[in-house]
Design a protein around this ligand. Structure first.
Ligand code: HEC
Ligand code: HEC
Ligand code: HEC
Ligand code: HEC
Ligand code: HEC
Ligand code: HEC
Ligand code: HEC
Ligand code: HEC
Ligand code: HEC
Ligand code: HEC
Length: 318
């Protein structure tokens, strides 16, 4: 009986290990780990000190004691053609992943990486459609940068997207440097569904601007893409920067007049006061309100005419 238990136990362990391993390393291109360990040591005979180019990174070479680690990494896991290379050592006999086509680079990395980011990068992402591969953005050896991105973090995206740089210097802008905002705070690289990578604009904006994003008792529906098709923060705001105040796409009342006419009462009542002030002077709770269906400043009465609600002409909660 005791024997059976042990067999049962090791079978379960084997299944669990198999699962872990098949998730971590699921391609037939992955060699037996002991072989990988031994062959990787051979590489160092000629490529002396190369282990140091990986030390301190996620790809540091695994040691004898780590044969069972799901994080196992050896030289031959990334460099195909090594068998031939050991017989005929030359640059021609071995693969350098950076010399491969985008899709083939991904095949190498896919042996260990199956994140949504990686899947997006070989399907819908605009970078893949522009023929960029993993190694246009990442480098493996001698790379001290976070997430092994190729370039120093701050300038990384701008090294290719110089065109957007100026937008962050407009009169109102997202202060990248001073507030330590990064491109990837807004641009998701896991956007399998959204080729422009700005998946869930609202959600991204809300992570920093929760006060402006509700939920409110009275919603201005355009603030949400689930309430109005194509709606969301970028309906009115230009996310990088704008020549107008508050990152608005249109100057002054132009923001409102894209969608609303000026209601007739605004010209007629109070000597046309509704046309003399900015819409948001009165409709100040523009993202949504807890008090008022028309997003009016709850203090409007005190600001303009002490009796505008009390007089019965306007109801605060109508
Ligand atoms: C007997 C010596 C020797 C051994 C062992 C050896 N290499 Fe090389 N390797 C070379 C030589 C020589 C070159 C060509 C260098 C050059 O052209 O500058 C080279 C070049 C390379 C390159 C560069 C290809 C390029 O695009 O420039 C890679 C990658 C490489 N080796 C990986 C490996 C790996 C992985 C192993 C272990 C499986 C290994 N080498 C084992 C001698 C060796
Ligand atoms: C995680 C994948 C990976 C591992 C592990 C790896 N390499 Fe590389 N190797 C690359 C990539 C990708 C490049 C292209 C340049 C880069 O990204 O740094 C490269 C480039 C090279 C080059 C060309 C010269 C250079 O530095 O650009 C040599 C030589 C090399 N690797 C040898 C090795 C040896 C030896 C080992 C083991 C100690 C090893 N590699 C482990 C992915 C890997
Ligand atoms: C043999 C397995 C293996 C291969 C092949 C491999 N990696 Fe990795 N990689 C790992 C492990 C293990 C980690 C650390 C754990 C993790 O983040 O999943 C890692 C982490 C990373 C990270 C995150 C680093 C960090 O600091 O958070 C990047 C980026 C990365 N790998 C890029 C690549 C690229 C690009 C390739 C293809 C050229 C590649 N890897 C191929 C095993 C591998
Ligand atoms: C356009 C540039 C770009 C391309 C192309 C790219 N990456 Fe990345 N990758 C990044 C950036 C930037 C990060 C860091 C994201 C962050 O900090 O939130 C990252 C993070 C990662 C990570 C760590 C986080 C995670 O999701 O696991 C891995 C692993 C990784 N990339 C692998 C790959 C592989 C494999 C490919 C190719 C199929 C690839 N990347 C293509 C820019 C890129
Ligand atoms: C190696 C160069 C390179 C790097 C690095 C790079 N990109 Fe790109 N990016 C491109 C190319 C090429 C395209 C496709 C052509 C285009 O639309 O400009 C693109 C497309 C885009 C698009 C879609 C543009 C559109 O009009 O739909 C966005 C958004 C974007 N990149 C953001 C980023 C962010 C954020 C980073 C940094 C994490 C980054 N890129 C890093 C080269 C790069
Ligand atoms: C505050 C959030 C945010 C930040 C930070 C941000 N972006 Fe964007 N970006 C967006 C949104 C949202 C869009 C889509 C614009 C739209 O739909 O009107 C966009 C569009 C883009 C485009 C497409 C072309 C264009 O100008 O419309 C590129 C390229 C781009 N961003 C690159 C970058 C780079 C590079 C950085 C970092 C320097 C960055 N973005 C920082 C939110 C942001
Ligand atoms: C990483 C955090 C972060 C994210 C994500 C973010 N912002 Fe910001 N935003 C800031 C900071 C910090 C400021 C400048 C300080 C301030 O005025 O609140 C700012 C300023 C603004 C301003 C101008 C405020 C003013 O008073 O002039 C607007 C409008 C704005 N953000 C809208 C957005 C939109 C729309 C998005 C999504 C596309 C977004 N933000 C995403 C952090 C963020
Ligand atoms: C219908 C157009 C519209 C939409 C949609 C919109 N905003 Fe605004 N937002 C404005 C206007 C107008 C102002 C300026 C109000 C003022 O000047 O008093 C503003 C101001 C802001 C400010 C700075 C002032 C403040 O309230 O602190 C931030 C931050 C902001 N919006 C974030 C967002 C976010 C996040 C979203 C999406 C959840 C969003 N906005 C959606 C029109 C809009
Ligand atoms: C992109 C289009 C769009 C923009 C821009 C926009 N709105 Fe709206 N607004 C709407 C929609 C849609 C509704 C809901 C209408 C409905 O329920 O009949 C609405 C509702 C309202 C209401 C409530 C009206 C009612 O009868 O219930 C007010 C007040 C309002 N908006 C004011 C503004 C102001 C002020 C601005 C400028 C800061 C603005 N809106 C910008 C689309 C927009
Ligand atoms: C002086 C303050 C004030 C200004 C400025 C103002 N509004 Fe109003 N608005 C009001 C008040 C008060 C109401 C409610 C009227 C009522 O109760 O009959 C209202 C109602 C509305 C309504 C919904 C009711 C209707 O008649 O359709 C819309 C839409 C609206 N305003 C849009 C705007 C736009 C767009 C602007 C800028 C061009 C603007 N408002 C400027 C005070 C103002």
């Amino acid at each position: 009986m005791a024997g059976k238990k042990i067999i049962g136990g090791s079978a379960v362990t084997a299944v669990i290990l198999l699962l872990i391993f098949s998730i971590a390393l699921s391609s037939p291109q992955n060699y037996d780990r002991r072989e990988s360990l031994e062959q990787s040591a051979t590489c160092l005979d000629c490529h002396e000190g190369y282990e140091a180019t990986l030390a301190g990174t996620a790809h540091r070479l695994s040691s004898d004691g780590e044969l069972k680690s799901p994080m196992f990494v050896g030289c031959i896991n990334c460099h195909d053609g090594w068998e031939k290379h050991l017989e005929e050592p030359s640059a021609e006999t071995i693969a350098n992943p950076s010399g491969l086509a985008a899709i083939d680079q991904a095949d190498v990395c896919k042996r260990c990486h199956q994140t949504p980011h990686q899947q997006a990068m070989v399907t819908t992402d605009p970078h893949f459609r522009a023929n960029l591969g993993c190694l246009d953005c990442h480098a493996v050896h001698n790379n001290p940068n976070k997430r092994l991105v190729k370039d120093d973090g701050e300038n990384f995206c701008l090294s290719c997207h110089n065109e957007v740089k100026g937008e962050f210097h407009r009169r109102s802008n997202h202060p990248l440097q001073s507030a330590n905002i990064r491109c990837t705070d807004c641009h998701s690289f896991d956007g399998i569904k959204d080729p422009a990578m700005a998946v869930g604009h609202n959600w991204k904006c809300q992570s920093c601007h929760s006060d402006d994003a509700g939920p409110f008792l009275y919603e201005h529906p355009v603030v949400y893409d689930h309430l109005v098709e194509g709606g969301g923060c970028t309906e009115c705001h230009q996310p990088h920067g704008s020549p107008n105040d508050r990152l608005l796409k249109q100057p002054q009342n132009g923001t409102c007049l894209q969608c609303h006419g000026t209601p007739p009462g605004h010209r007629l009542n109070h000597s046309g006061l509704g046309t003399k002030l900015a819409c948001v002077d009165c409709h100040s709770e523009i993202h949504g309100s807890y008090d008022n269906r028309l997003f009016l400043d709850p203090d409007l009465g005190n600001k303009l005419f002490p009796d505008c609600y009390q007089s019965g002409c306007h109801e605060l909660n109508r």
